[in-house]
Design a protein around this ligand. Structure first.
Ligand SMILES: Cc1cc2nc3c(=O)[nH]c(=O)nc-3n(C[C@H](O)[C@H](O)[C@H](O)COP(=O)(O)O)c2cc1C
Ligand code: SF4
Length: 679
């Protein structure tokens, strides 16, 4: 058996395997208490075989408390609700730690009942739009230590098996570690001993309360990734110092601060990239090191097997598939529903303070909405009325429908006009660093085929051939998941102008010249512009070669990474681009657009396309952008023309996904799931 699936001891606690669910605030709490939804969410994850679950963001400050966030573990009245969560995890054979967390200067006053944030020093943050925190007094620091000892005792009373102190992501302890945010001249500032004093006092007090045998760990960012703050060497020094105290039983290593300019959790980050941070810390400490951030099973197996880290930590992958550990241990990692690192359903929701979910898995953190009285999800219950169903379209909505319907006992056939599945998601996965998007559809197709769904590719549906199939093959129902069609321009287009659709460029069906104008600055337009802008920049292999052999100085390499072969412009009518990209992904995409030197024309209307460019109008008047290729990214409309004719002919038919209303992947997947769950 691979090491990842073997037991490991954390202090006196045995974990059945080395996969850890990282702390993820899912924002279901009501009045500081965990809810039925929390119980259902964690029960499912524990049932899926994960060795350890860390319950996130348990608040211990008696004065500053965010009711929309994690449970308020410092109040005794919340403990029965926490006990329901730990009982559920234990009943399913799992173990569970409590993560004690304080946001320090990251606390937004409005969310904390009007209380001003407190921090080592009065240093504001971009993250809170520069709200000014107040410096903690020494008495308050002592008080914080006591409160955490009290919170740790409460955690044990609520059934937790261990305690994790949160020092990562730029929250309170990280602010004490950092010379950027800790300007104190007393015993809690200055050198590394001063900056870690608060943590070590906390660990000492917590250890006293929980006794020598209960696991106590800290979670720490391996590099703040903020200029002037702690880098990976500083953090490794801190870990060594903390390890030497003998107070803790493990380190859980993650990425950097919320303010970091380096992506920490987005799709751009290759799986397991930050393992080097865990490996670096492991070389300096004696206790087990767990490491996360965009970990997947192949990487986790490799890193643990090689001994680079002791355990693999996964958060979002267990949103996407709670059964991930069981499937991996059964030798079927191919059946794991993928997390694509989009943040659209989880982190973005989490940061907004609304319940987190997953675009790939409509059940995630919505279990109680779908469960029957016996706690079973629609995917676990057979339909009372099994049918023969024809689905038109093998995009994310059609395949999700087919997947869930076939699990419920329906016999499903999918017709697809292209010679491939995935619909438009394959195009969304074409721009640079968006590769993972295709994994959702690839997984849907794989499990559909495994469940006996029949796919008929290169089959264009018409009203006539659908009616014939209904008659001859006895379909009880038709589901139209035929997606959308691209909109075409309302303005004049000069004959001979080279005008192509963005979808055709991404599909590889249209060539672009040297000077390109993309018309439409929504997600499709911006990502297509980025795709074209990247053409001719250094590839990963070329970059590696240049770095290994010092072929060019750093500045020149950077230049070659940022300068491709095409001049690209984007014209958008709205004052802001790509507002339909979720915030958790948008910032890094826009950063790349700027790096590539793509010209942006906001609040600008295209009035005509000429053979040699585009005429635009904005508040400065009319102007002309020279171009040899015009790429249209002007939106789409539902492709649902067959619905009425089928219904008129007496066929039970529905539309789902883009065929109902043009939306995004979660809308499509959710629509497919919900319709199948009802049948
Ligand atoms: C919705 C959500 C909430 C999170 N809340 C916390 C938290 O309260 N404490 C914490 O240490 N990390 C938190 N994280 C970060 C995760 O623990 C994890 O480090 C991050 O998602 C990257 O790992 P992954 O790629 O395995 O998901 C949160 C992540 C998500 C998606
Ligand atoms: S919403 Fe996206 S990033 Fe979040 S868990 Fe689902 S697939 Fe992963």
């Amino acid at each position: 058996m691979k090491k990842l699936y073997q037991p490991i001891m954390i202090n006196k606690l045995e974990l059945k395997n080395r996969i850890v669910m990282s702390p993820c605030g899912i924002n279901n709490t009501v009045d500081g208490c965990m809810t039925d939804q929390d119980v259902a969410f964690y029960r499912r994850r524990a049932r899926g075989g994960v060795g350890l679950i860390v319950v996130a963001n348990l608040q211990w400050d008696k004065v500053r408390y965010n009711p929309g966030s994690g449970a308020h573990i410092i109040e005794k009245r919340t403990l029965p609700s926490l006990k329901r969560v730990t009982d559920a995890i234990h009943e399913e054979g799992g173990k569970v730690f409590a993560q004690l967390l304080h946001q320090g200067r990251y606390a937004v006053r409005a969310k904390y009942q009007g209380e001003q944030a407190v921090a080592p020093s009065a240093v504001p943050s971009r993250y809170t739009h520069m709200e000014m925190p107040r410096e903690l007094t020494v008495e308050e620091i002592h008080q914080f230590v006591e409160w955490q000892a009290e919170a740790a005792a409460n955690a044990l009373e609520a059934g937790f098996d261990g305690i994790e102190i949160e020092t990562n992501s730029g929250y309170l302890y990280g602010q004490f570690f950092s010379p950027l945010t800790n300007l104190r001249t007393d015993e809690y500032g200055g050198d590394i001993h001063g900056r870690t004093r608060f943590l070590i006092e906390t660990l000492t007090a917590v250890r006293k309360v929980i006794g020598p045998d209960v696991p106590l760990t800290i979670r720490i960012g391996g590099n703040d990734f903020v200029p002037g703050s702690c880098n990976s060497d500083d953090i490794a020094d801190i870990c060594e110092l903390v390890d030497k105290t003998g107070l803790i039983d493990g380190f859980s290593v993650t990425g950097g601060w919320h303010e970091a300019s380096v992506p920490l959790v987005t799709m751009e980050l290759p799986h397991g990239t930050y393992a080097y941070l865990g490996k670096g810390i492991k070389a300096r400490v004696h206790v087990p090191v767990m490491m996360g951030n965009r970990m997947n099973i192949p990487k986790a197996e490799e890193l643990v097997e090689r001994g680079d880290i002791d355990m693999a930590v996964m958060g979002r992958p267990l949103f996407a598939d709670p059964e991930l550990p069981n499937k991996a241990m059964a030798g079927r990692p191919d059946l794991i529903r993928p997390c694509i690192g989009c943040n659209a359903g989880c982190l973005d929701a989490g940061l907004k303070g609304i319940p987190a979910g997953c675009i790939s898995n409509p059940e995630a953190n919505r279990e109680t909405q779908y469960m029957d009285a016996e706690g079973r999800l629609p995917t676990e219950v057979k339909s009372e009325n099994p049918m023969k169903i024809l689905v038109i379209g093998a995009g994310p909505s059609g395949m999700e429908f087919a997947r869930v319907a076939s699990l419920r006992g329906h016999k499903v056939t999918v017709w697809e006009k292209r010679g491939r599945t995935l619909g438009l998601t394959l195009l969304a996965a074409t721009p640079p660093r968006r590769y993972d998007i295709r994994y959702i559809g690839q997984w849907q197709e794989r499990v559909c085929r495994e469940q006996g769904v029949e796919f008929v590719l290169n089959k264009t549906a018409t009203v006539e051939n659908i009616l014939a199939a209904v008659k001859e093959e006895g379909y009880d129902r038709v589901v139209l998941a035929c997606g959308s069609e691209a909109l075409t321009p309302m303005f004049p287009v000069e004959e001979g102008a080279n005008v192509v659709q963005a979808w055709d460029v991404l599909e590889g069906n249209a060539e672009v010249g040297k000077q390109v104008v993309v018309i439409g600055g929504g997600a499709v337009g911006v990502e297509t512009a980025e795709y074209i802008g990247e053409i001719g920049t250094l590839t990963a292999d070329e970059l590696r070669f240049m770095m290994i052999f010092d072929a060019e100085p750093h500045d020149k390499i950077k230049y070659l990474l940022n300068h491709g072969s095409k001049k690209v412009s984007v014209v958008e009518m709205q004052p802001k681009l790509a507002t339909d990209i979720n915030p958790g992904c948008r910032w890094s995409i826009m950063m790349r657009v700027r790096q590539l030197g793509i010209d942006i024309y906001k609040s600008s209307k295209v009035t005509a396309i000429k053979r040699d460019g585009v005429v635009i109008e904005n508040e400065k008047g009319e102007s002309f952008i020279p171009a040899d290729t015009m790429v249209l990214a002007m939106g789409a409309r539902p492709n649902n023309a067959m619905l009425e004719a089928l219904r008129a002919a007496g066929v039970t038919a529905d539309t789902i996904g883009d065929a109902t209303e043009v939306g995004k992947i979660p809308d499509a997947v959710g629509a497919g799931y919900r319709l199948a769950a009802k049948l």
